[in-house]
Design a protein around this ligand. Structure first.
Ligand SMILES: NC(=O)c1ccc[n+]([C@@H]2O[C@H](COP(=O)([O-])OP(=O)(O)OC[C@H]3O[C@@H](n4cnc5c(N)ncnc54)[C@H](O)[C@@H]3O)[C@@H](O)[C@H]2O)c1
Length: 441
């Protein structure tokens, strides 16, 4: 039987809400804090302000157990928990590549100022090298006498769309600690996960915070590698999908993250690799990660290539043409539109004079807030109505299932560009469509 611990979660966005609900599921008494009062009210009422499969149910279980609640008061969370996870955002700064650390710093300072008893503060946000040591100092300076808090780092690897599974059954736990007491507390709080066989890597603060940016850099590199191969395929006539399949059978390479397409976006990979480069420059080791500049450039070139293909397919200009776009979220099973490749392409085509209709199963509201100039449609078929061209830009299962026969007489032309290489070319071509995908003949 797990000992029930008192847990605080600071910042209840994608990561914090999932972590708070997950900690409750693990048997703990949890208080989630956010400075956004509306978000706190929504969560307290059992509403998840974003789409994550299974999370509303997990939140409801937590609230009805009486072991999960939300607050905007740092004094409340400080008095109600002995271990605090800092889960606030670290977005890219406007105008440069560095991470904006104002939220992490403010949250840590506000929490430390309200501490009354010794506790453990655990960083979970993705941060630049050196942050953990700096925050340990900040906590030491800010916490009142008698409230000596230790600081630990426990990077988070959850993937939106799979966040519940990744929280309850992570593939590893990383604990960056400065003493055995902190390690023991982290082992206690994650005891159900550890008892389930999850490997634990115990290390220092500097290594723990680096694991996350290194992991994201590797994943981004793998995606950009296959997208670079797609660029080669486009001039040699080779097929990047078959190439990826053949490469993936080599178990030193593996098939995952080798799907050529429109590339990565979202609230993590792009800003994390840029922040890594910016921090490496400050540390005088920019050469060590200069390859990430190319990784980023390859990724952005895929978006430009998609726009060029659309222009080419429409005879040299998109002016006045109707383009139906399937997908707005940065990836399927999420409503997150942060740095969404789909919306980037859609708005670029709109600004070149196309009339763009967008449909996404879950991200319509977020997309409309960010890109109000686009036309939003009720369904994939609705987005295809009178279209001169369809772009498939986020690989939701719904789009893969769509039978081209459903679109008979709906579109103005039978042209589709598959930005995710996820549709079946033979299927579409045999229905009389011009089908093209990035990196494929
Ligand atoms: N989203 C993911 O899939 C994911 C996965 C792993 C790691 N991360 C990392 O986790 C961190 C959070 O990401 P997210 O996607 O949850 O961001 P988010 O923007 O969804 O959530 C951040 C939350 O922090 C709150 N906040 C801001 N300032 C605060 C303060 N001073 N005190 C308390 N709350 C405050 C915001 O109101 C918001 O609700 C980032 O560093 C991110 O890189 C995210």
């Amino acid at each position: 039987m797990t000992e029930s611990l008192r847990v605080g979660v600071i910042g209840t966005g994608y990561l914090g809400t999932t972590h708070a609900a997950g900690m409750t599921e693990m048997g703990h008494q949890v208080v989630g804090l956010d400075v956004d009062a509306e978000k706190v009210a929504q969560l307290s009422a059992g509403q998840v302000p974003f789409f994550e499969p299974g999370l509303p149910e997990m939140l409801a279980r937590g609230l009805s157990s009486g072991r999960l609640r939300f607050t905007t008061s740092f004094a409340d969370v400080a008095a109600s928990a002995d271990i605090h996870f800092v889960c606030v955002g670290t977005p890219q700064q406007i105008g440069n590549n560095s991470a904006d650390m104002r939220f992490v710093d403010a949250a840590t300072r506000s929490l430390a100022a309200e501490l009354t008893t010794p506790c453990l503060v655990v960083g979970k946000s993705t941060v630049p090298a050196g942050t953990a040591t700096r925050l340990a100092e900040l906590v030491r300076e800010t916490a009142p006498a008698g409230a000596a808090a230790d600081l630990a780092w426990n990077p988070e690897f959850l993937r939106e769309g799979h966040a519940l599974r990744d929280t309850i059954h992570p593939d590893r736990l990383v604990f960056g600690v400065t003493n055995e007491g902190s390690e023991r507390r982290l082992r206690d709080v994650y005891s159900t996960v550890i008892d389930g066989g999850c490997p634990v890597v115990v290390t220092d603060l500097a290594t723990a915070e680096l694991v996350k940016v290194a992991a994201n850099s590797f994943l981004a590199t793998k995606i950009s590698f296959i997208n670079a191969m797609a660029e080669i395929c486009e001039v040699t006539g080779a097929d990047v999908a078959t190439l990826a399949e053949a490469l993936g059978h080599d178990d030193r390479i593996g098939p995952r993250f080798l799907h050529a397409g429109l590339g990565f976006g979202g609230g993590c990979l792009p800003k994390d690799i840029r922040a890594f480069m910016a921090r490496a420059e400050e540390l005088g080791v920019v050469q060590a990660v200069s390859f990430l500049r190319e990784v980023d450039a390859i990724n952005l070139r895929r978006r430009a290539r998609m726009i060029d293909l659309a222009v080419e397919e429409l005879g040299g200009s998109v002016e006045g043409k109707r383009i139906g776009v399937w997908g707005a979220a940065f990836k399927p099973d999420s409503d997150d539109v942060r740095d969404s490749p789909a919306l980037d392409v859609a708005s670029a085509l709109q600004s070149r004079g196309a009339n763009v209709g967008v449909y996404d199963p879950k991200a319509m509201d977020n997309a409309a807030k960010k890109y109000p100039q686009l036309d939003y449609c009720h369904s994939a078929v609705d987005a295809a109505r009178d279209a001169d061209l369809i772009l498939h830009l986020t690989e939701w299962a719904e789009f893969r299932m769509l039978d081209p026969a459903t679109l008979a007489g709906i579109t103005r032309a039978k042209r589709i560009l598959d930005g995710r290489g996820a549709l079946n070319p033979a299927f579409w071509r045999s229905a009389g469509w011009t089908y093209r995908a990035l990196g494929r003949p």
